[in-house]
Write a protein that binds this ligand. Structure first.
Ligand code: ADP
Ligand code: ASP
Ligand code: MG
Length: 402
């Protein structure tokens, strides 16, 4: 059997944890399996490196930032190989260059295009445990790229796909995927199974337990994932195409504080206005999320929308630059907002989910700024200061009353 095992930063945060991971991998190796290990940077290394970069330049070039951040994963894999070798198990560490993990050119948000398997196969054939750096790729300029925060999950799934792995396990610091972040919602419950579609919504809407691209890729290539703890032996959560029928109406609640609201005020109320505004933003690679348009009055209207907080300044600069052609009278923004979403395939066939969500928020006296829905989710925008309270209120409104 070929097994891909990915361990996040907290799972390799210190010497004891590194040996704990080494031993768990060696167990599978000694059972006769081929083992590929994907690692994140130790503990808070990535955050620390970002802070270090900012002591030099408040807006460092993304190319150099990627060059810096990828050193974190390189430390982990080298130490892991040393740990295994010290236990007399043959192991080899490899980075994205050595494996040849080709990505798109975009620094900080690269996507895998093609991954060679020759080197990994060769090392596995000589009965080594292969330890690969998560989070990184190489682009057409032979530069090193990163896949975005949390991207090591995607490295693991991509390797599982190209190697046709029999198992792909994502080890982290919680026991699996919960109905909400167990660190914020004390009544959160562990889920045994989640479908790709539900997990994709959860991950995209803020549940950082899995990188959303990793779920997208798992669905595309049919890689079944298990999310479980590196610190105990509990079963974890399986992510796959079809989960067994759950009685629950919703699968989970997610929060995303990396959100900002922008309002463009007094734009012309005639055909083409919204098109021009959002086309201008899209041309500049700015993703717009929830959109709300006011009813027109005196020939003008207001449009509010959300963007990720990372894109806020860029979006404001672009709108300011095109203020006249876009007929904008005034631009306002609020970075202190958060999205709260409920996700669940069950809501397709059950009316009243939105009402129940709004009731829970009302009972906790939390104001809703914007609303957006899809077939299997409802998202509301609330003030960032209310986010934990809102998560708990919405979660308990659904899960506890089931
Ligand atoms: P790793 O370093 O292992 O990749 P992350 O910090 O990226 O770990 O992801 C694990 C964290 O995700 C947990 O500690 C938990 O606080 C958070 N989390 C958010 N939403 C959920 C959820 N629905 N289920 C489980 N964990 C969640
Ligand atoms: N070390 C990277 C990060 O902190 C990648 C990862 O952990 O998945 O974002
Ligand atoms: Mg992670």
């Amino acid at each position: 059997m070929l097994i891909v095992k990915k361990f996040g930063g907290s799972s390799v945060a210190n010497k004891e944890r590194i040996f704990n991971v080494a031993n768990r991998c060696i167990e599978d190796y000694k059972a006769g399996h081929d083992v590929v290990v994907v690692l994140s940077a130790m503990g808070d290394t990535t955050d620390d490196l970002i802070a270090l970069a900012h002591t030099i330049d408040s807006n460092p070039k993304k190319r150099e930032l990627d060059m810096l951040l990828t050193t974190g994963e390189q430390v982990s894999v080298a130490l892991m190989a040393m740990a295994m070798q010290s236990l007399d198990v043959p192991a080899v560490s490899l980075n994205a260059f050595q494996v040849q993990m080709h990505s798109t050119a975009r620094y900080g948000a690269a996507r895998f295009k093609r991954i060679d398997t020759d080197r990994i196969r060769h090392e596995l054939d000589s009965r080594k445990i292969v330890i690969v750096t998560g989070f990184q790729g190489i682009n057409k300029y032979d530069d090193i790229t990163t896949l975005g925060r949390g991207g090591s999950d995607t490295t693991a799934v991509a390797l599982a796909a190209v190697l046709h792995a029999d198992r792909c396990e994502i080890f982290t610091d919680v026991d699996g995927v919960y109905t909400a972040d167990p660190r914020v919602v004390k009544n959160a419950m562990k889920l045994d199974e989640v479908t790709y579609d539900e997990m994709l919504e959860l991950a995209s809407l803020g549940a950082k337990v899995l990188h959303n691209r990793s779920v997208e890729m798992a669905k595309k290539y049919g890689v079944e994932l298990v999310v479980r703890s590196s610190l105990n032996r509990s079963e974890g959560t399986v992510i796959k195409e079809k989960a067994k029928m759950e009685k629950m109406l919703i699968t989970g609640v997610a929060a995303d504080t990396n959100t900002a609201r922008i309002s463009v005020i007094g734009v012309e109320d005639k055909p083409g206005t919204a098109f021009r505004i959002f086309h201008t933003l899209a041309k500049n690679s700015i993703n717009v999320d929830i959109i709300l348009q006011s009813v027109g009055r005196d020939g003008t209207k207001d449009i509010s929308f959300t963007v990720s907080e990372d894109d806020l300044q860029n979006a404001l600069d672009i709108l300011e630059e095109h203020k006249e052609t876009l007929t904008i009278q005034q631009i306002t923004c609020n970075p202190h907002v958060a999205k709260i979403s409920v996700i669940g395939a069950g809501m397709m066939s059950n009316p009243g989910v939105a009402a129940r969500m709004f009731e829970s928020l009302y009972n906790s006296r939390i104001n809703i700024n914007m609303i957006s829905t899809s077939e299997i989710r409802i998202t509301v925008l609330v003030d960032e200061k209310d986010v934990d309270k809102a998560m708990n209120a919405v979660h308990d409104g659904f899960i506890m009353t089931e």
